[in-house]
Every structure is written in C-alpha cells, then in structure tokens.
Write a protein that binds this ligand. Sequence first.
Ligand SMILES: NC(=O)c1ccc[n+]([C@@H]2O[C@H](COP(=O)([O-])OP(=O)(O)OC[C@H]3O[C@@H](n4cnc5c(N)ncnc54)[C@H](O)[C@@H]3O)[C@@H](O)[C@H]2O)c1
Ligand SMILES: [Zn+2]
Length: 414
Amino acid sequence: MDSTSQPERPAHPSLSGCVARPAGACGGRRPAYAGAVRVVHVPLGSRSYPILIGEALLPRLGAECRKQRLGERCAVISDRHVAPRYARRVLQSLKDAGFAPVLIVVPAGETAKSLRTVGACYDQLAAHRLERKSFLVALGGGVVGDLAGFVAATYLRGVAFVQVPTTLLAQVDSSVGGKVGVNLRAGKNLVGAFHQPRLVLCDLGTLASLPAREYRAGLAEVIKYGIIADAALFARLERDLPKLLRRDPRTLAGVIARCCQIKADVVGQDETETGLRAILNFGHTIGHALEAISRYGKYRHGEAIAVGQVAAAKLSTQLTGLPRHDADRVAGLFTRAGLPTRVKLTAAQTKKLSAAMRLDKKVSGGEIKFVLAERIGQVIWGQKVPADWIEAVLQPAGEPSGHDAPDATPQSPL
Ligand SMILES: NC(=O)c1ccc[n+]([C@@H]2O[C@H](COP(=O)([O-])OP(=O)(O)OC[C@H]3O[C@@H](n4cnc5c(N)ncnc54)[C@H](O)[C@@H]3O)[C@@H](O)[C@H]2O)c1
Ligand SMILES: [Zn+2]
C-alpha cells in the first residue's frame, strides 16, 4: 500500500485555556462555578467573536447582542422541538434589550436542512422586511445552525448572525467555525458557505431537555477533541464520564469550553480548511459514508463518527504507530459512552460504503485521505489509505461478510 504520500502534521494548535468571568462582569479572578460564564475567543481578526458558555444564559442574549452592535430588527430561526421550549425566553431577552425580533419555526431534523426550507426562510424574512442591518439568531441544534447560518450568508448578500446552540454537538462543534450549508439529494452539505457568527451563546441549561440519544451522539465529537489535540482532555473524559453522562453542569462547562477552545484554535489558524482544519474530520470519512449508505436515517451523526473514529484508530495502529493500548482506550471510551464502535456490514454494504467514501467531498483526485493518530492527542492528516484496508478494519475478525441486508446495523456495545 502507499502510505508514503506526504502526511501533514498539525503545527500544534496553541492550546490556550479559556477565561471565566462572573455573570455581568469582565475579567477578574476565576469565580466559583455558580453563575460563572466561560468565554472562549475565536481569533479571526476583524471577524473574531466570543463563545459564551454557562448556565441560564438565554436571558442575557439581548444584552450580549447589544455589545456586538447588531441592528435593531432580527429573526430567530428555530425548529419545532426547540422553539416551544426556549423561543419565548430568547424573544423576551431580545425585546428587553431593545431589539424587534420575529420568530421563524422550521421542521425538526436533517430533512429541514434543504434549499426548500432556505427558500421558505427567505420569503418570511422578506415579508417581515428584514434589511441589511438586521441579524438572524439560530436557536437549535446543528441543523438549525447550519440552515440559519446559510440563510444569513446569502439573504441580501449576507447579514449578521448569532448562534444559540441547544445540542451538545452544536455547542462543541457546529456552532463554531462558520461552516454553514444545506444538503442536496445527491449528498450532505453540498451547498454552503463560510460565514462566521458574531457571537455564540451556549446555555448549558438547554441540554437538560435533550433526548439521551442526541446527548450521547454529541459526546462522540467531545471524545474526538481529546484524540486529535488533547491527551489530558481524553484522560479527563475517561475519569469524568459518569459525571458527563449525568450532565453535571460544572463538568460540562469545563469540557465544552475546552472543546470550543480547541476548535477556536484550529479555525483561527485555518479558517477555510486548506490544511490543519482537516484534523476535525477524524473519523468522519467512514462516518459520513455510513450516514450516506443508511440514507441519513439510521445513525445520528455522532454514532456514525464513533464507528469511524474506532476504525481510524485501528488503521492508525497499522499505519501511523498508534500504540495498541491507545486504540483500545479509544474503543473503550466510546463503548462506555453508549456509542456504537463498529457495524456489521454485508459484502454488498461494504462495497457501497467504499463507493460512498469516494463520493465524499473531502476526496480529491479520487484518493481517500484519512486523518490518523500517532498517539492520543496527536494526529496527522492527508494519509492515503487503500480501500481494502478500510474494509478489513470494518470487518470484524472471523466474521466474513454476510448476506445482503436492507441497511447497516449498529452494534453497541461490542
Ligand atoms: N457546521 C459545522 O461545522 C457542523 C459540524 C458538525 C455537524 N454539523 C451538522 O449538524 C447537524 C447535526 O446537528 P445536531 O446533532 O445538533 O442535530 P439536530 O439539530 O437535528 O438536533 C437533534 C434533535 O434534537 C432536537 N433538539 C435540539 N436541541 C434540543 C433541546 N435542547 N431539547 C430537546 N430537543 C432538542 C432537534 O429538534 C432535533 O430533533 C448535521 O446536519 C451536521 O451536518 C455541522
Ligand atoms: Zn462531526
């Protein structure tokens, strides 16, 4: 096999800590947890923005938007699960700060991330006469964030937007970094833009209503940050997993802030994914293909990338010297988090998966390039991996491919 293509190593992101300040204050000594707001800075020059992380932050949204000097009129875009729970508080906060918000509610779920919903949002924005100085607020998970962000990137050639993520996945990943977009029938995220938010506000209280399966799916992205950039975070996750599974706010605040800091550092160095940003795709080549062959119905994104990360760790033991013990720790942590670590594929499904990987938009010149680990906390990207090696790690030893089945079945735990 050819694994000698020029692998690229991350010039290690400067993994600075985040600051914490008490509600309503700036700077000062690190406060006791209650009421503390952690602030992570995304360093993008004139497009830099803060990520605020804390409990009961929704009522502060209006005041924080004021600080960003946003225009008066705004639209809150949310979905049918989130709006009934949180839109009232968000609208009230905006009104209290002198804004004039309207609410646009879209269907919940991945199918809402479509050009059709984008069109419906444009129509409503125009009907409410939102203009260039207006801004949008994305209140919801990654679907609403990607959709509303894309609407903001394109309506009137671009208006400002604010992310208020309400899933764990959105708080640690999709709300930060400015990738926005929608799906086409031909594939996920095929239409999009880079459009950075002006502010990200993560209210940890919103995670309380998140269904358990969605919460666990978010943990797959959390674990990813440990593998790609921070061995100490990975060890902390191993230690504090029971607290995380209980959604302990103090543990969550620290872990979410650390993940956002890593993403902010990576995005700050490579906003448009010309290199380093690729490390955020650890486990995603196989993960996206699994989502595609099961037509986005069977797996949550986090479940698919859990399988993908365990497979990437196995490949890493063969190709980039990841110690076997580290690969076992990776599989062990996903298992303890209640996430699938492999799938049982028939021969036909394995072929479909290989074909789907070649269609992924991260493939260039027909070559599948992987992010692989050298050890927990350090990865390299741009690794060519032959398709038969990938198939081999997905196929459990001693279990030959079975008969055709309608779709792939996740197995958890192993
Ligand atoms: N832009 C990026 O950089 C990026 C990164 C990762 C993922 N994504 C995208 O994010 C999307 C997945 O995001 P997701 O996992 O957040 O899914 P999602 O937005 O579909 O949310 C999951 C479900 O939880 C519901 N929900 C959300 N918040 C809730 C809450 N607080 N209480 C109760 N229910 C709640 C939603 O209505 C939905 O039914 C995918 O489309 C993926 O492509 C984007
Ligand atoms: Zn992801």
